[in-house]
Design a protein around this ligand. Sequence first.
Ligand SMILES: [Zn+2]
Length: 438
Amino acid sequence: MNSNIDNIYSFSEEELLCTLLIRENFKDTEISNSFYSMEEILSAILYKYLEKYEKCDLTEEELINWLKKNSRYNLLTDLIKNEIKKLLFPQEINGKIVDTTDEFVYTNLEALLEIMKDELFYNIEFEKNYNPKKVKKLPSLNEQDFDIYIKSFLKIVDPSSEWQEIYEKALKNGNIIFTAKDDLETKKKIFEKFSLKQYGFKVEDFRWNCFFSYNEEPYIIIERNYDIGDFCSFIHEFSHFLQSINKNDNKIPPILREYTSTFYELVSIDFLKALGYENNVLDKLLHKRAHNTYEAGIDTIMIFNFMKKVLTTGKITAKEEIETASKVVKLNENLEKKEKEKIQMTNPYYFDATKYSEQNCDYVISCLLKDTDDFNRKYPYVLGSYLAHATLNKVKNADLSFEEIKYLMENLASIDTYDIFKLIGFDVKQLKLKKVKN
Ligand SMILES: [Zn+2]
């Protein structure tokens, strides 16, 4: 390869610049949600430097190969550093300062990585053992029963009736909005009324079971299927609603955002069990939650792994990555012939350490570039699920009461995350968690 290319590109700073340029260029475009391959990203870099590119007598393919060889791990390091920064410093999203500061996560990143892996494996097991054929359709639930279920459920988790009053008031004031699955017209109206586009949503891929706050006023949108799934989804979103009417809502650490909503969703499934719904039906509802956690966790685990490397060694190097990958390759090579063939069919890179490592690297780069807020949005689901399962066990063993959890939920913003782990009954020493010093 032509040695004068090294003079054309001095990479470390330029990579970062390119990254920023790509992000800027793709941010508001129609294709901003589509997936970029490393090829596309590097082509975009090349395009920006076309003038320089024309000066050297290499083909685009040769130049892309050169870029990959010399820059992919540096580019990954820069992007990961950026993700760490996002965990620590306040972010500006759509001109609004969003406080994502989470020193607890930063201080305990390594310990949390292990916790996330545990939670992810738990959900992978669930996914593996789940048979979707057992229940095709969830039992139906009409409008009247939906309301009765919610009120009886709220009476159990909050005997003071405070939450039921909040629910009734929200219904009366139009803060709970129902849509039907195929009612695109109503959805478009909601979309325009609340300018949901500003949150980066698109009407066709907007999740219609959601909570959002518009001009500080909280709303819940529920897409009705008229089955018992509506009830569990509603309980999840209503928990966010309750979090938000707490004055300090914007200070709830992101790590705890999905904690109580996942917890109450799990309790709502238990509630259905008490009503006599069969196990297969309950499994379908539990699977929906487990699947979401699994989906959110797969990418985040890789990102957390790279974060750990950057935190401990300062950067991600090709040599170390390939060394780590060679351990995986060795494991794959020791598999039985049948298993080996199966893997070979899905991905031949699993038997080549260099290619395996490069593929992981390129994949994470693409993930981080295609959606700049993806990681911040996803990781709370995995940790939230972990805390929710533990809390549910405590409740089942009568070690925690619904009253205590209600208190916890209403004070998420002011209780130290470390103390929450302790309250739920975790052995913080065994988990290697450290309290954040103020
Ligand atoms: Zn949620």
